[in-house]
Design a protein around this ligand. Sequence first.
Ligand SMILES: Cc1cc2nc3c(=O)[nH]c(=O)nc-3n(C[C@H](O)[C@H](O)[C@H](O)COP(=O)(O)OP(=O)(O)OC[C@H]3O[C@@H](n4cnc5c(N)ncnc54)[C@H](O)[C@@H]3O)c2cc1C
Length: 310
Amino acid sequence: MNNVYDVIIVGGGPSGLTCGIYTSRENLKTLIVEKEVCGGLAGSTHLIENYPGFPEGLSGEDLLAKFKTQAQKFGTEIREFTEVEKIIPQQEVVEVKTGKENFFSFSVVIAGGSQPKKLGVKGEEEFRGRGVSYCATCDGPLFKDKDVVVVGCGNSGLQEGEALLKYVNSLTFVEFLPFITAQKILQERIKKDPKAKFLLNHKVIGIEGEDFVKKVIVEDRETGKIKEIPAQGVFIYAGYLPNTGFLKGLLELDEQGFIITDEKMRASLKGIFACGDIRSKEVRQITTAVGEATISAISVRDYLREVKNS
Ligand SMILES: Cc1cc2nc3c(=O)[nH]c(=O)nc-3n(C[C@H](O)[C@H](O)[C@H](O)COP(=O)(O)OP(=O)(O)OC[C@H]3O[C@@H](n4cnc5c(N)ncnc54)[C@H](O)[C@@H]3O)c2cc1C
């Protein structure tokens, strides 16, 4: 079984790359399969200020490039632009099917993370790429001197909104809840900027325009009053959905589709593990993703010792 990997990791974000660092250092034959380029959600984050060891903060791109270099240094193989479409457990090994080629492994770690939730309102799809965006780091510079709306006042919304403030003429944060859930330090910094305005307890009900976005329609949840916010850009941070579509029927998932594991990161099938944002849990941060990735790598090592010696 020369061409069989010890472990295949699905996803090259913070959790997948960390898992690769640990399994490669254990001399386990490791492959990361990533559907885009490595980095994950964190890789396109403008500024990361809460990852220990970098007191000045650094861009997600720079941080995740270091993760990738470190994994490769210890021997992790990486296939980018290769999407895992199916996982098929066989008697001794697991088959990992991708759109390009199929791989075999003694174990699999699912580190596929999540993707931004859509609002599901009129205009959102129509104006995607023409004013509607889910990534301030990617698209922020296109909105220089424009009026922009950020939907969602969680950490992601405020953090990316702060990055947008550098470019825009005005920034209106719209939040469904009557309060802001983001960390206080972010709230305080943004509230000091005269370009920022908050519209709490409001629901976005539509996005309108012609070739590009021209306005965002919101409803006051208390009074039912409809308002129009003139804007050329809308950045949406309204929560995340797990990338578990390819696992339906294979693993135990929670009601929202996140993977249920035990504390050793073992999923409901033998030889399959999960870590990072794709797990059913409360806190989704890089630090939690890398911690769980470490545990999953050690669990893989112990699992392989067991199955290879039996
Ligand atoms: C706007 C924003 C700002 C954030 N800021 C911070 C911050 O400042 N500090 C912090 O600690 N956290 C921050 N986070 C959270 C952090 O980005 C995540 O917790 C972290 O990226 C999770 O890592 P992960 O590896 O589990 O998942 P992800 O980063 O989502 O990576 C998963 C990877 O798997 C790939 N993938 C998915 N499905 C497949 C498949 N079928 N086949 C192959 N590949 C697949 C994806 O393409 C992706 O690259 C932020 C998140 C957002 C959205």
